[in-house]
Design a protein around this ligand. Sequence first.
Ligand code: EPZ
Length: 442
Amino acid sequence: MSLSQNRCALLGDMHWARRIGFRAMDKLRIVGGQRLEGAVTISGAKNAALPQIAAALLSPYPLELTNLPGVTDVANMLGVVGLHGAVVTRSAHAATIDTGKAVSKETSYDTVRKMRATVLVLGPLLARFGHARVSLPGGCAIGARPVDMHVAALAALGAEIAIEGGLIVAAAPNGLRGARIVLSSPSVGATETAMMAATTAKGETEILNAAREPEVADLAACLNAMGARIEGAGTHRILIEGGSSWRAATHDIIPDRIEAGTYAVAAAITGGQLELTHARLEHMASVVQLLEATGVKIWPGDRGLIVSRGGPLKAADVTTEPYPGFPTDLQAQFMALMCCAEGASLLRETIFENRFMHVPELMRLGANIKLQGTMALVRGGEKLRGAQVMATDLRASVSLVLAALVSEGETTINRVYHLDRGYEQLDRKLRLCGAEIERISA
Ligand code: EPZ
């Protein structure tokens, strides 16, 4: 693909991103006090879409993905596979990725540092082309985010791997071979890398201590539609029969359980009632159980989940855990809720080492929070008051939006591009349910 074609691929994505409203330095202005009521359409899961876009590189036949969320991380990942020669045809919520003419090129630091999930192209490129050069992602706002387990899994499958000048340089000139891979911890990304790479290995691969997230199971369903033979995804033991015979496929992405949990908190924090269209109860058991412990009522509706809070909000403790435990991606949102509960709530973050970036900003709104290592003690019940606050990472940003919905007066949230990475039209979805929120172009 020529440089100009590369630029077109990226410019095309920037154009598409702008067209659906992503402008980097926009702000959100929120006036608190509205009770949310109505229905919210839950989009496709970002964290299911990203590995499936990477998986398209495994097969020379087209992969059509439907129910794609309109978020910038998806636009970016489609741009990444475009850089490797994939031809991407897209609409707002679907894309066909044709990698018939794809090649394994270097995936630069500049590309990977913008979105850590780009590292997910490593396994597919190595598995299909026998070689791959992908920059180490480096850290991000919530932690060091190493990829040692991804590298170890590929080495177990017979890859020769070296780190050269910040690049992961992987080679398997004679192809990969099936192996038993025991993950030291149930890493979502490492499970996905191992599963994707094993689809072309000679023989069977067994992954033990695999991540059990629904997004891992959805990736396996997508790979099986493409011609792979994977069993056990969604459990701690996954079996992959290598030597896949690929075919053209289409796959509908599961709804986003983290987006659904976020809007569940929006209903709870405003004392309102929302129907979360397409949300799946079976993906949110730990979230539903914890919210019910705070006095929130949740039941299945005609089109999804109904979340309602009429009575007092009670404080509850939570520890984040790998699925099916309470997800780290909802910790910040739950903290915002506990700022409004009667009593003290202890939140323990066990997945990432620096995932309390929302705390100083919530305190600017008047929250009473004490941090101690991996623990945050929230003393709820203080009246929150609007202020200027700064978004830092995706989930921390949305916790500020939730707190602003119940803060007295006006709150301005800067750098909302963090939100656009993982929430489709957040301001519009909230406004349709009664929130006083507007997006201000910088
Ligand atoms: C996925 O990240 C999600 N991202 C994250 O969502 C989510 O928070 C995380 O899983 C945990 O559920 C995508 O799916 C694109 P991990 P991932 O590998 O795969 C350490 C969001 O907000 N680790 O399960 O990177 C790692 O540092 C994002 O949507 C290693 O040490 O998560 C972390 O402490 C944020 N070595 C822990 O494991 C490795 O090789 C869990 O990471 C890999 C991970």
